[in-house]
Design a protein around this ligand. Sequence first.
Ligand SMILES: Cc1ncc(COP(=O)(O)O)c(C=O)c1O
Length: 409
Amino acid sequence: MVKLDTGRFYSKLGASYQPGVLTKVVLAAEEFKRQGKKIIGLTGGMYDEESFPWREVKEIFSEAPEEDWRVMLQYGGTTGYQPLREELSKWMKTHGIEVDPYKELMITTGSQEALDLASRIFLDPGDVVLVGSPTYLSALSAFKAREPDIRVVRLDDEGMVPQDLRRVVREVEGEGKMVKLLYVIPSFQNPTSTMLPMERRREILEIAGEHDFLILEDNPYGYICFEGEMPTPLKGLDKEKRVLYTSTFSKIVSPGMRIGWLCAHQEFIMKMAEAKSTTIISNSLPSQYAASKLFQRGVVDKQIEKMRQVYRKKRDVMLEALERYFPPQARWNTPKGGLFLWVEFPPHLNMTELLMEAVERGVAYIPGSNFFTTETHHHIRLNYSHPSTEDIVEGIKILGELVSEKLSP
Ligand SMILES: Cc1ncc(COP(=O)(O)O)c(C=O)c1O
């Protein structure tokens, strides 16, 4: 018998998937747990477990009549459960976006599927895609799978800088290429939690119109604002239908339900539905059914209000702990919404390398390097939505001690 040589079978794309630092941390954390040690995770954008609307979901299922169960246990359409699309389009209208629920909207398996579908439909190897620097790591992974030419646009304290966007677009066009897609997270950006002001939103749309490229707007965090309301999404300002918009239940109701959505020009929706049908024939119907009822019963809005308060309190606990335990060389922002804090250290401190040492001491974070396309290792992203307030304080204390040791002469 020939010994199986696993490497022999991979496609070029398959071979390119490598377990990243995150997978390694998850494995290390699992091993620690098996040994009975505790790891405080200041890592993923996970939901506060005390706050799930589980009673409401339970009630929806226990009240469902037989005719609804017949629908829920059957196959569904690829673009999603129609009553959910109708509820969503009504709800989005109250947040500044008008879309036709039958032609311009599809349900996705979280926003991540929308990012993957957009990559599959629009990107060929070498196509130019623009992203903010830093940006959401799994969007980068979705794009990279298509081997595009990724160019970065500068962010400042207010998110993507339109002037820099103009510079990058001119540079690309100067090379005789065209920009195909701009990926942007305007509201409480991941990882920096910056909020793009209204004027910048308008200017970015204007640039896209002048240079004829598409915008992929990702908005998982915008609804979680601690002060005031989220500015209108780019999609709400878009008269030419060049914005593809995605959002998700994951940060406002439940990530486990895997409910996301994508709004786009009806021709794009048709293409994406076709692409989706080769992997996910239809999304889980029970999950979509519950989501539609949660909208109908006003639970989504109540949940958003609740999460704003829960996360605001946790943000404050983390800010206070940072003041207390982090060394003066560290700088961080004060997010006005979302789930993350972004911390910068002096450039010589390699926070990617330090991660395993932190895990051994009982705390994990996401190294900032995962969000850059260049070798940049002196930032970290901290999550405050998932850990308890006690764990936030304890985790920041452990991490503060570790970085202070490394920074002391
Ligand atoms: C910016 C951004 N986009 C998309 C996603 C994917 O979320 P989901 O697939 O759970 O909707 C996340 C998750 O953390 C995110 O931060």
